[in-house]
Design a protein around this ligand. Structure first.
Ligand SMILES: CC(=O)N[C@H]1[C@@H](OP(=O)(O)OP(=O)(O)OC[C@H]2O[C@@H](n3ccc(=O)[nH]c3=O)[C@H](O)[C@@H]2O)O[C@H](CO)[C@@H](O)[C@@H]1O
Ligand SMILES: C=C(OP(=O)(O)O)C(=O)O
Length: 418
C-alpha cells in the first residue's frame, strides 16, 4: 500500500500544468462506444480512473492504446458487441454507469452492475433510469444488475427532478441515437457536460444547448470516429489554487479555463488572497493571515462539492469561524475526523461544518477515505508542522495525475512510500 509523506511549512512557488478533466474523460471514453469506430482522445489525464476504463474497453473487445507520455488514447470500439462489465471492474469507479447510456444508444440494450466511485452519500441513479424509460427502454434490476432494452429509442421530453451530472450525460448519450428530438430540462450545466456534448457532436451527434439547463438532442442514424481534446481539470486546478493559498505561496496554475474557476477565485479573494488572471492561467499569491469565509456547495456555476473538502482544510487556518454547508452529498465530511487528528477544530451538524481557525495544524498519521478527502489531507499536510503520513492514497490516484511530482516541482517536501 502506498503512502504520501509530506513535510509541512514550505511555500509552494512556480508554475503547475493542469491535466485533462477527470470527470469529462471518464464520460468521453465510454461515449466512444457510440462511434463503433476509431476515436483519438487527446489531453487525457494519466490517472487510475482512465486506466480502469482502458481495461474495461479492452475487456469488451475494443482495441485501445493509451500513450501515457503524450496523454492520447486511441480507442477502436468497432468490435464491441455487448457492454457488460464485471462487478470487480465496475465497482472501481462511478463512471462505469456511462456504459449504460452508450450501450443503449448503440445496441438498444445495456446491462451493468451498480456503479462504484467515492462513498460520499447514497448516490442513487433513479434519474438515469427515468431518462432511459422516457426514451422507451424497459429497465429492470435483478441480482444487482441493471438491464435496459428497447425495440427502438424514441426522443422524449425529460425533466430531471434533481440536477444530475451523470443523468444528464447518460441521457444525452442514449438520446443521440434515438428517433426524433429529446429535450432534457433542468439539465446539469457543469463544464464537463459541454465537453462531452462537444465530443458527441464531433462523432456526428446533433446536440444543442449544453451548458444551459435545457439541452436539445436530435437523434442521428450514424455516428463515426473523431479526434478530440479533453478540457483542463477544473477540480485539479482548484485544488492547486487552494494548496497555493494554504502555504502562503505564489503559484501559476496553468493550462486552464479561468472562467471555470470563478467560484474558487471569488472565495480566495474574499479570504484576502490575490488571484490574477492571465490568458489560460491564474496566479494565486498567498498571504500570512487568511480571512474566514462561508461556503455553500451548489451545482455549476456555484461552489463545486468536489472542492468542498480541500477548501475545508484551508479554512482551518483562517481567522475566526467559517461555515461550510454541503448541499449535494450527505456523507462528504469524512475528512473532518482526520483533520481533527491534526488539531483542526471542526464541528459537523447535519450538512454543515463549523470550522474554527487554529494557529497551526500538527502532522499526524491520517487516512484518505475518498478522493477529495485525500486532497484535503494533502492541503492539511502542506500546512502542518511536522511530517504527515497519508494512507489509502489509491483514492488520490483515481483523480490526480502525479500529484507528488507536481508538488515537488513547486517546492513541496513530499514523497511516496511503498
Ligand atoms: C464521474 C463524475 O463526473 N463525478 C461527479 C458527478 O457525480 P454524479 O454524476 O454521481 O453526481 P450527480 O450530479 O448525479 O449527483 C448530484 C446529486 O443528485 C443526486 N442524484 C443523482 C442522480 C440520480 O439519479 N438521482 C439523484 O438523486 C445525488 O445523490 C446527488 O445528491 O457529479 C458530482 C456533482 O457535481 C461530482 O461530485 C462528481 O465528482
Ligand atoms: C466524487 C468524485 O468522483 P466520482 O464521482 O468518480 O466518485 C470526485 O471526483 O470528487
Amino acid at each position: 500500500m502506498s503512502k504520501l509523506l509530506i513535510e509541512g511549512g514550505h511555500k509552494l512557488k512556480g508554475k503547475v500544468n493542469i491535466s485533462g478533466f477527470k470527470n469529462a474523460a471518464v464520460a468521453i471514453i465510454p461515449a466512444s462506444i457510440l462511434a463503433g469506430d476509431l476515436c483519438t482522445i487527446e489531453n487525457l489525464p494519466n490517472i487510475e480512473d482512465v486506466h480502469v476504463l482502458k481495461r474495461i474497453l479492452r475487456d469488451l473487445g475494443a482495441k485501445v492504446e493509451f500513450d501515457e507520455e503524450k496523454k492520447v488514447m486511441r480507442a477502436d470500439t468497432a468490435n464491441i458487441e455487448e457492454c457488460f462489465v464485471p462487478y470487480e471492474l465496475a465497482k472501481e469507479l462511478r463512471a462505469s454507469y456511462y456504459l449504460l447510456g452508450a450501450s443503449l444508444g448503440r445496441f438498444k440494450k445495456a446491462k451493468a452492475v451498480f456503479p462504484g466511485g467515492c462513498n460520499i452519500g447514497s448516490r442513487p441513479i433513479d434519474q438515469h433510469i427515468k431518462g432511459f424509460e422516457a426514451l422507451g427502454a424497459k429497465v429492470t434490476i435483478e441480482h444487482g444488475i441493471i438491464h435496459a432494452e428497447a425495440e427502438e429509442l424514441i426522443g422524449a421530453e425529460i425533466y430531471l427532478d434533481v440536477v444530475s451530472v451523470g443523468a444528464t450525460i447518460n441521457i444525452m448519450m442514449a438520446a443521440c441515437r434515438a428517433k426524433g428530438k429529446t429535450i432534457i430540462e433542468n439539465a446539469a450545466k457543469e463544464p464537463h457536460i459541454v465537453d462531452v456534448a462537444n465530443f458527441l457532436n464531433a462523432m456526428g451527434a446533433d446536440i444543442r444547448g449544453a451548458g444551459t439547463d435545457v439541452i436539445r438532442i436530435n437523434g442521428v442514424d450514424e455516428m463515426r470516429g473523431c479526434t478530440y481534446s479533453v478540457i483542463p481539470d477544473q477540480i485539479e486546478a482548484g485544488t492547486f489554487m487552494i494548496m497555493a493559498a494554504a502555504t502562503g505561496g505564489d503559484v501559476i496554475v496553468d493550462n486552464i479555463i479561468p472562467k471555470h474557476l470563478d467560484p474558487i477565485t471569488a472565495k480566495l479573494r474574499e479570504m484576502g488572497l490575490r488571484v490574477e488572471e492571465n490568458g489560460e492561467s491564474l496566479r494565486v499569491i498567498g498571504k500570512e493571515k487568511l480571512k474566514n469565509v462561508n461556503i455553500k456547495t451548489l451545482v455549476y456555476p456555484g461552489f463545486p462539492t468536489d472542492l468542498q473538502q480541500p477548501m475545508s482544510a484551508l479554512l482551518t487556518q483562517a481567522r475566526g469561524t467559517s461555515i461550510v454547508a454541503e448541499t449535494i452529498y450527505e456523507g462528504r465530511f469524512k475528512h473532518v475526523d482526520e483533520l481533527k487528528r491534526m488539531g483542526a477544530k471542526i464541528k459537523v451538524e447535519g450538512n454543515v461544518a463549523i470550522i474554527q481557525g487554529v494557529e497551526r495544524l500538527s502532522a499526524a498519521k491520517v487516512v484518505a477515505t475518498d478522493l477529495r478527502a485525500g486532497a484535503a489531507l494533502v492541503v492539511a499536510g502542506l500546512m502542518a508542522e511536522g511530517i504527515t503520513e497519508i494512507d489509502n492514497i489509491h483514492y488520490i490516484d483515481r483523480g490526480y495525475e502525479a500529484i507528488e511530482k507536481k508538488l515537488l516541482n513547486l517546492g513541496a517536501k513530499i514523497k511516496r512510500a511503498e
